[in-house]
Write a protein that binds this ligand. Sequence first.
Ligand code: LLP
Length: 389
Amino acid sequence: MKGIFPVDKFMEIETPFYFYDTSLLSKTLEEINREAGRHDNFRVHYAVKANANPKILNVIRHYGLGADCVSGGEIKAALRSGFPHDRIVFAGVGKSDWEIALGIDNDIQCFNVESIPELEVIDEIARAKGKIANVAFRINPDVGAHTHANITTGLAENKFGIPMEEMEPVIRLAVNMKNVKFRGLHFHIGSQILDMGDFEALCNRINDLQQQLERHHIIVESLNVGGGLGIDYHEPDRAPVPDFKGYFNTYARFLKLRHHQTLHFELGRAVVGQCGSLITRVLYVKDGVSKKFLILDAGMTDLIRPALYQAYHKIENISSDGPMETYDVVGPICESSDVFAKAADLNCSRRGDFIAIRSAGAYGEIMASQYNCRKLPDGYVSEELNIDY
Ligand code: LLP
């Protein structure tokens, strides 16, 4: 065992694979329930897009979170894992007809609607089924977030949501439709946000919008502020459970919630990010012209975040206690961007050593691909390997 990793148990498993520490996941969920539970009207949904491994979904469902889905496949995964249908919300800029029908057939809690044409299709499909679908409008709040440009979503230039200026006419349109029921407003400004000031800015914007709607006697039952709370990729062991207290308190302090309103959150990364690592083995140590390459059996097909977003993930050799050496850590895929880290310091490494790529529980396994005809990585939870921390 080195750190949190049962290296002896890993010997029997084909690499690369994802390893999830379910005791950390449970601790994280307990903290979410404790901190959100201090506020009567806060409700937390899990953003299934971060990790839909059924073993992970099962644990999350057990702690009573709802599910935030962005496709029919995610709705099916949530239902299969036992999430109650009336705790499932469905978002996304491009919902297909069959996905909308699936949501209506299963009487999901709410559709987070992103355009007028989408609203019309939901109304039409609900009418054909003789049902009424709950809808909330995703409003683009034009609030920036201090995060990577590819994961910022709340700016006017992004494709997401309905512009603020169109909010009122769209609500009026919905109120006059027979087969949809207007329930609330939905926002999401981006992901991997560590600056609470960004969430505060969202609160201020929502306060203004609420005032504007109240002047026109429009009642909003629920507000959904999306997700976005970040994790510490640089020091995953420093505070493995994110600062949920600070996060929920920011909303409690700055958002002027009306007494009849519920406030919904859709957290993904902060729930599952730190509990997962990609476990891989060193295939070769290769001497380059001016550097050493550590060639792993995992590549960008298993964890695409470094290649796609230049994201940092801490890398550790969990088989070696040798002196530190500097390596470029790369995968076997035929792409120059298949690099996990440049000039990373690791314990002196040899062929066969186990390497852990940390903080990979969110947007890791679920974003894996079969490029180069590779096998998708499996995910194992600590319980399955009989590990008792
Ligand atoms: N709600 C909505 C409407 C979202 O679009 C997202 C994430 C979430 C909630 C959950 O956000 P979280 O709490 O996980 O930040 N693949 C990227 C992240 C994409 C996030 C997309 N939307 C990455 O690996 O960093």
